[in-house]
Design a protein around this ligand. Structure first.
Ligand SMILES: [Zn+2]
Length: 331
């Protein structure tokens, strides 16, 4: 439990019972503007834990950002115990460019945490995020999603249960409430913010929620899932009163990205959530004349979490995000 005295982050000062928004300033751009990190602080009247929720480490993954904004606007500080730190866009330059990576230095921010204050601009953003935000937190939700190229079913990543802190991330993933939770065995863990937070003793979960999709309904539905998850975690941590709403059955899964051997027109065959047998065709790839040039094959019995949802794919891109069921259990 941290105290409820004023929290000061650069020019952002939040007193107990107050909400405040502003920016962390990282470096001056060539045109005189600043590379910044937007921050919303909601400070409860009563002391309690600090939850950090952030999004747009990859700048085109927006649904978590919209949920953070919604939660920050709707929490009543008088009913909050502790502090909510909302960061709608860790990578604000990429957010503005609708890009996964920084348009300034082309770097994938989620491979370089904890960053370096003396290196390229993305390293400086990563370092400021770790030093000024992560180190304030008792618990972290770091949102990702399908961005501009993937359809994804909602999943929440937790860390392989090698110790008590990692086991806590699994508990948090279940509390978040999606029907599928993801044991992140195969991530390149060096440089991923959730893994770096764990090295500091702070549990972090990684929702992958939101899709490239054209229908407004899906976007709203995914924002609702993100916002409900944040609220569930706050109730679990004792920050808010209320009832946790989560899926009645939650599937524990390991995920694998299945990459293409050839570029072309990508035609998904298997639908989201569909159960698939080893050897079945997940997707067909044709050339620009419509002739089949390749197939993407299921490497084991599993089910579909997501797929490349724009027509053109390049060799080596993700075709399917494919799940192996570890366990199904009641929530
Ligand atoms: Zn991402």
């Amino acid at each position: 439990m941290k105290s409820n005295k004023s929290l000061v982050l650069d020019e952002i000062v939040a007193d107990a019972g107050a909400r405040q928004e502003g920016f962390l300033h990282i470096a001056r751009n060539a045109d005189g503007s600043w590379v910044r990190i937007p921050v919303i602080l909601v400070r409860g009247e009563a002391a309690g834990p600090t939850l950090l929720a952030d999004a747009c480490t990859h700048g085109d993954e927006y649904e978590g950002a919209e949920a953070i904004i919604r939660i920050a606007k709707t929490i009543n500080p008088a009913e909050l115990k502790g502090t909510f730190i909302g960061v709608p866009a860790v990578n604000l330059e990429a957010f503005r460019a609708n890009s996964r990576v920084s348009p300034i230095d082309g770097t994938n921010l989620n491979r370089i945490f904890p960053g370096d204050p003396d290196l390229y601009i993305s390293h400086r953003v990563a370092n400021a995020y770790m030093e000024r935000l992560v180190k304030q937190a008792d618990c972290i939700i770091t949102f990702h999603g399908g961005g501009t190229v993937l359809h994804l079913e909602p999943i929440v990543g937790y860390q392989p249960p090698v110790d008590d802190l990692a086991r806590k991330t699994r508990e948090l993933a279940k509390v978040f409430g999606t029907p599928t939770i993801w044991r992140m065995q195969n991530l390149p863990f060096e440089g991923v913010s959730a893994a770096e937070a764990k090295k500091l003793g702070i549990p972090a979960i990684l929702p992958e929620i939101g899709s490239h999709c054209s229908r407004h309904y899906d976007r709203d539905k995914n924002i609702d899932i993100c916002a409900r998850g944040i609220r569930n975690i706050m109730i679990h941590l004792g920050m808010l009163a209320g009832t946790i709403e989560k899926a009645a059955v939650q599937t524990d899964a390991e995920l694998r990205y299945i990459h293409t051997d050839a570029g072309g027109i990508h035609i998904p065959v298997k639908k989201a959530k569909e159960r698939v047998k080893e050897g079945e065709v997940l997707a067909v790839i044709t050339d620009v004349f419509g002739n089949q040039v390749s197939e993407v094959i299921a490497p084991f019995d599993g089910f579909v979490i997501g797929y490349w949802s724009v027509p053109v794919i390049n060799p080596g891109d993700w075709s399917y995000l494919y799940g192996k069921i570890l366990a199904e259990q009641s929530g």
